[in-house]
Ligand binder design. Structure first.
Ligand code: URP
Ligand code: ZN
Ligand code: ZN
Length: 473
């Protein structure tokens, strides 16, 4: 068993930062020590196999990205990252755990889909992984499967209020699933957009010849997100189910979540880097077909309306609890271009799994969130929210040795041919110059990224059997 000491850095947990050394014994953190400590009279540094010098750097828990779609069958194609390529890219960016969505389409058996996801992911991942389950049509079998999946470590279930005939559950189906969640402790997740309204707006736009990517955003106005968020909260309220709203992009949706929380409800929300930085005006409205690069749902919002600033504020005040990527990459050639001449055929999704830690660190640099809040929203809360805390999301004795050495004085240039390891033919973040750099990444004690080299291997990652959410009272 390898013993590693990460020495001389500033250890940052959600609860505070201090100069400390981190001792990893095998796969697990054995101790967080005062710098240069002795243990039982022994000089620790002299009794380990490897010392990683972290002087002048932050030592943080590995990132936990709780919303990814590797190899997802969607929009007439498949998300372009496999579990192998996507998790390797995640590792490059300091993320050491993902939670991916098992997809169930109407008439499919939920447990068959769960088995299929294991088949795809097991032995392929570079980092540890867990699963959520997507439920589309809520068959009686789906409800019993929820109990069985909880025993398998799948303790959160995503439903959709949009994508009719593909994913959409009607309000009665949502009610049934939420009733089940209220009784078995599952965390219910919601894609909150009013799909019926959006479908008519899309049909009208295309009929009027408004077919450019910009119209993806214009046909999914914030009212459709606010309304669906409110409706989901009300159904959760009447069933008692805890509710987690995914990929929140509209400030009005945040206000619905905040109001529910102020009433004492177990309602939570995540946002994603694209909703903190990108906009309808600058990205979706780019000339020609360029805007397709940023077609995702919920859509990017207007900067003039102030949604992006509101997301940062909500992260700071805990109206939103965490940041995931909703990593769902598609190439421009052969995938996004399915929607040339009709924006509604552009596969929905953006790839960011590699850049979440860096992009959120800019919030620290710009004074929008504290250093500790950075760790909290990218690692600690995702771990707590989804039943992995203690093992993931914190640097403490007994936790997995998932550690990132982050250099605040380093620089990261994002773009194709630079720091791009995702299986996409473009970067949604092309040309961004980032303050900070992921220097070294350890996954359960193994160094998988160091000094610009990838040292991990396919299959390093193991399945994480999650417990119930630890964020609930
Ligand atoms: O556009 C998106 N978000 N694609 C992935 C599927 C989803 O709704 O999360
Ligand atoms: Zn969604
Ligand atoms: Zn998603």
């Amino acid at each position: 068993m390898t013993r590693t000491l990460i020495a001389g850095g500033t250890v940052v947990n959600a609860t505070g930062s201090s100069k400390a050394d981190v001792l990893i014994d095998g796969e697990t953190i054995a101790a967080v020590l005062a710098p240069g400590s002795t243990l039982l009279g022994f000089d620790v540094a002299a009794h380990v196999d490897r010392v990683i010098d972290a002087a002048g750097k932050y030592v943080i828990p590995g990132g936990v990205d709780a919303h990814t779609h590797m190899e997802m069958p969607f929009g007439g194609t498949f998300a372009s990252d496999t579990f192998e390529t996507g998790t390797r890219a995640a590792a490059w960016g300091g993320t050491t755990t993902i939670v991916d969505f098992v997809v169930q389409y109407p008439h499919e058996r939920v447990l068959d889909r769960f088995a299929a996801w294991h088949e795809k992911a097991d032995g392929s991942c570079a980092i540890d992984y867990g699963f959520h389950q997507i439920l589309s049509d809520i068959q009686p079998e789906s409800l019993t499967a929820m109990d069985e999946l909880i025993a398998e470590g799948v303790t959160s279930f995503k439903l959709f209020m949009a994508y009719k005939g593909v994913f959409l559950s009607d309000d009665g189906q949502i009610l049934r699933a939420f009733q089940k969640g209220a009784s078995n402790g599952a965390l219910m997740m919601m894609h909150a957009e009013n799909g019926s309204v959006i479908d008519v707006l899309v049909e009208q736009a295309v009929a009027a010849g408004n077919t450019a990517p910009l119209h993806h955003g214009l046909t999914r106005p914030w009212q459709t997100e606010e309304e669906a968020t409110h409706r989901a909260i009300m159904i959760a309220d009447l069933t008692g189910a805890p509710l987690y709203i995914v990929h929140v992009s509209a400030k009005q949706a945040v206000e619905q979540i905040a109001a529910a929380r102020d009433r004492g409800s177990n309602v939570f929300g995540e946002t994603c880097p694209q909703y903190l930085y990108l906009s309808v005006e600058e990205q979706l409205g780019a000339p020609g077909f360029e805007g397709a690069k940023w077609v995702c749902s919920t859509p990017l919002r207007s900067r003039a309306e102030g949604h992006q600033d509101h997301m940062w504020q909500a992260l700071r005040t805990n109206d939103l609890q965490m940041v995931s990527t909703d990593h769902c990459p598609f190439c421009m050639k052969g995938q996004k271009d399915l929607g040339l001449g009709d924006f509604s055929k552009i596969p929905n999704g953006i790839g960011s799994v590699e850049h979440r830690m860096d992009l959120l660190y800019q919030g620290v640099v710009e004074g929008r969130i504290s250093l500790e809040r950075w760790v909290e929203v990218t690692a600690t809360t995702p771990a707590r929210m989804f039943g992995m805390y203690g093992r993931k999301g914190v640097l403490q004795p007994g936790a997995d040795g998932d550690v990132v050495v982050y250099d605040p004085k380093g620089r990261t240039s994002i773009g194709i041919g630079k720091t791009h390891h995702m299986n996409m033919d473009y970067s949604a973040w092309e040309g961004r110059e980032i303050d900070g750099h992921v220097d070294t990444v350890l996954s359960r004690g193994k160094v998988i990224v160091d000094g610009g080299a990838y040292l991990g291997a396919k299959g390093d990652g193991v399945y994480v059997k999650r417990g119930l959410s630890q964020y609930l009272v």
